[in-house]
Design a protein around this ligand. Structure first.
Ligand code: SF4
Length: 700
């Protein structure tokens, strides 16, 4: 190895698994990324996206290098200096706030943001602008899990560590395809099962995904019937005496109501609704009930639904009634989508949250945060959530939006509404690394941000593990770290409290604010992370090593310390009708990330699946005279897309699947799945339903 090669520790910037990486920079400034063998989350392993991280860092072809601004929509944007850009932003935001109130502006950010960036924008909006209109694209993936955890366990808290995977002997993977979307977690399960063939894996998914390769039982249920399935399993567990009665009695509330509800639905009826055999449901219940260590895992298949919160509650119920929580190899484990969705939640960076898991509706909690920030108050009412924010722009209730590190024109549901909203908005700020994402088209002010490895900061992965990310290279042109841009804007607005010396100072303020909460990391610092590596919260002081497993004392974060078992309500998704007889579901493919603004630039990653496609069962295709590979049109009242049909007998009949990644500018007018998706949202979590939209398919 060249003596001038430098090594840095960092974390992969794609998914919530949060794999540790070693970044090597040689004398020419070239970057190489390998897995960090000392990192407990991935032990040196990386998936295809992680292994190719350095290509996305090396490719600077689309980088935004200078601030750009336009004075009117019919004029082109022109390069300006940072002072001019931020003075204009503060003048426009200040005017709207004075004339129409603080809720006339909002910030839409990203689970890709570092914790320090999330912290700064949250403090800026809630403490100083005076609005809770700060939401994030994590709303699109995690908010139903947040609601599920809060309602059952009292706080948004993942109970387990990845090391529990090697201690479990039954996995129930529901509405997730970790083989493609959380590959390192999947590899850990796969290796564990290889070593211990008696380990059982149950997968519930309307599609036969790659994750089914290790499944002992694939419950190929009808779309949208997850809650019915989980309740039917609960019924079997109760009927067969496979529940932990003393745990239920001593540590939970709500069991009797659940029992009454699940016993009221005959198993045969539930099986029919789900499109499953009674025996399949009974088998799943037997393996869950007989397990020494039972882990449930879920992701967007449950969360992205009008019933997302209820699906979470019904699945978590299975862990509670079997007492499979707070012990080795057991617990309900929500698979976080983005690398720092959890860090964002910790700082309270959503419209309905308050810093460090405090309760926005609690006046004492708001007072505490306001005092720490040195402001008179924090607004009590939740702000606009992701989809509500764009609705508010359309209706004129919101005048200006500041979009950071996300591409809503491709990633939000019902794209036509998002485009209309950005056209209607009086002022759009886009802060990004790329100059040609689909959303930058709408920017009145475009601000160049530093990208991955170009700034320091922290992230929290799916197992509550906080890691420090080194700065390895300088950002190009005049690009600045996101937190620095926000602090400069705040100072232009005349706000105090944004004179942070560096990112470490922001992190330190965040850590202090967690004191006395369930995520207490008041003992943590950059110094500690740099010297000792990662830690799992809570982490009260340096004499402790962090917390691997929550609820080992069976004391939950609810007011009475007991976990809450919930029954289901009545919400149903839209049903296919004669005009739109198919159910469309969307999702990810193995080698792409989000809207492909980074992974789409890597030819190796594009080789796995080169084109967007619509997956259809061959028997359905035959009925419509569609041949494999030919161009078809998928449409509904919201829009249409044209793409190639791809036959798969692994998809349930009556369903179609389109990957969510392809947009329209970068990928040469390729279609967006979100032209078709429903903008209906879960009433509790406000998460949109990307998994159940009625569509028609025709030959083109
Ligand atoms: Fe990165 Fe996720 Fe792959 Fe790990 S599993 S290397 S965090 S994309």
């Amino acid at each position: 190895q060249n003596a001038r090669t430098q090594k840095f520790k960092s974390t992969c910037s794609y998914c919530g698994v949060g794999c540790g990486v070693i970044v090597e920079k040689n004398a020419k400034g070239q970057i190489k990324v390998t897995g960090d063998e000392s990192h407990p989350s991935n032990k040196g392993m990386l998936c295809s996206k992680g292994m190719n991280l350095h290509y996305t860092v090396a490719d600077q072809s689309d980088r935004l290098l200078y601030p750009e601004m336009r004075w009117a929509r019919n004029q082109p944007r022109r390069r300006v200096d940072w002072d001019t850009a931020l003075e204009r932003a503060s003048a426009v935001f200040g005017t709207f706030i004075d004339k129409h109130g603080p809720d006339s502006v909002g910030f839409y950010v990203s689970g890709q943001c570092l914790t320090e960036e999330y912290y700064t924008v949250n403090k800026l909006a809630k403490g100083f602008v005076g609005t809770n209109n700060i939401d994030t694209n994590s709303r699109l993936c995690m908010s139903s899990a947040v609601a599920g955890y809060k309602k059952t366990l009292g706080e948004d808290s993942v109970p387990i560590s990845y090391e529990d995977i090697e201690l479990a002997n039954c996995f129930f993977i529901a509405g997730a395809n970790p083989a493609w979307c959380h590959p390192i977690i999947f590899r850990r399960i796969e290796a564990h099962k290889e070593k211990h063939p008696d380990v059982k894996v149950i997968v519930a998914d309307p599609r036969k995904t790659q994750s089914c390769s290790i499944a002992d039982l694939h419950l190929q249920l009808n779309p949208g019937t997850d809650t019915t399935l989980f309740q039917a399993i609960a019924r079997c567990l109760i009927e067969d005496g496979r529940i932990d009665e003393s745990f239920v009695e001593d540590h939970t509330d709500g069991f009797d109501e659940l029992k009454m509800q699940v016993m009221a639905q005959p198993l045969r009826e539930a099986a029919k609704i789900c499109g499953l055999k009674v025996q399949e449901i009974k088998q799943a219940a037997r393996w869950i009930g007989d397990a020494n260590g039972y882990i449930s895992m879920w992701a967007m298949g449950l969360n992205q639904s009008v019933d997302g919160t209820e699906k979470n509650l019904a699945l978590i119920n299975l862990s509670l009634i079997t007492g499979q929580i707070g012990k080795p190899g057991a617990g309900p484990f929500s698979l976080t989508g983005q690398p720092n969705a959890m860090g964002g939640r910790e700082v309270g960076g959503m419209a309905s949250l308050l810093s460090a898991h405090r309760d926005l509706s609690n006046p004492a909690h708001r007072r505490e945060v306001a005092d720490r920030w040195g402001v008179s108050s924090v607004p009590a009412e939740p702000g606009y959530t992701a989809t509500e924010m764009f609705d508010a722009l359309r209706s004129g209730a919101m005048k200006a939006i500041w979009i950071i590190c996300t591409n809503p024109v491709v990633s939000m549901p019902h794209s036509a509404i998002v485009e209309e909203a950005l056209e209607e908005a009086r002022f759009v700020v886009v802060q990004d690394i790329s100059q040609n994402s689909e959303t930058t088209d709408y920017a009145d002010l475009l601000l160049p941000a530093a990208g991955y490895l170009e700034k320091e900061g922290t992230m929290t992965n799916s197992e509550r593990r906080i890691s420090y990310l080194n700065k390895v290279v300088d950002p190009p042109g005049e690009a600045l770290p996101d937190a620095e841009i926000l602090c400069r804007f705040a100072r232009k607005m005349g706000y105090s409290g944004f004179d942070f010396e560096d990112a470490a100072a922001i992190f330190s303020e965040h850590c202090k604010l967690t004191e006395g909460t369930n995520i207490d990391i008041s003992g943590l610092s950059y110094e500690y992370l740099k010297q000792n590596g990662t830690v799992q919260w809570p982490f009260l002081n340096e004499s402790e090593e962090g917390t691997r497993r929550l609820f080992t004392d069976h004391q939950f974060y609810t007011p009475n310390g007991r976990a809450q078992i919930h029954t289901r309500g009545e919400k149903r998704p839209e049903r296919p009708g004669e005009d739109h007889p198919f159910v469309l579901t969307t999702g990810r493919i193995r080698d792409q990330w989000h809207t492909m603004t980074r992974t789409g630039k890597v030819s190796r990653l594009n080789q796995h699946i080169e084109q967007p496609y619509v997956e259809i069962h061959p028997k359905d295709a035959k009925e419509y005279g569609i041949r494999d590979g030919e161009v078809v049109q998928v449409s509904n009242d919201r829009g249409e897309v044209r793409l190639n049909a791809s036959f798969s007998d692994g998809i349930k009949r009556g369903m179609l699947f389109i990957p969510m990644h392809w947009g329209k500018v970068l990928q040469k007018d390729y279609p967006r799945a979100n032209n078709l998706t429903s903008d209906r949202i879960d009433p509790v979590s406000k998460e949109p339903d990307f998994k159940y939209s009625s569509v028609a398919i025709t030959k083109f």
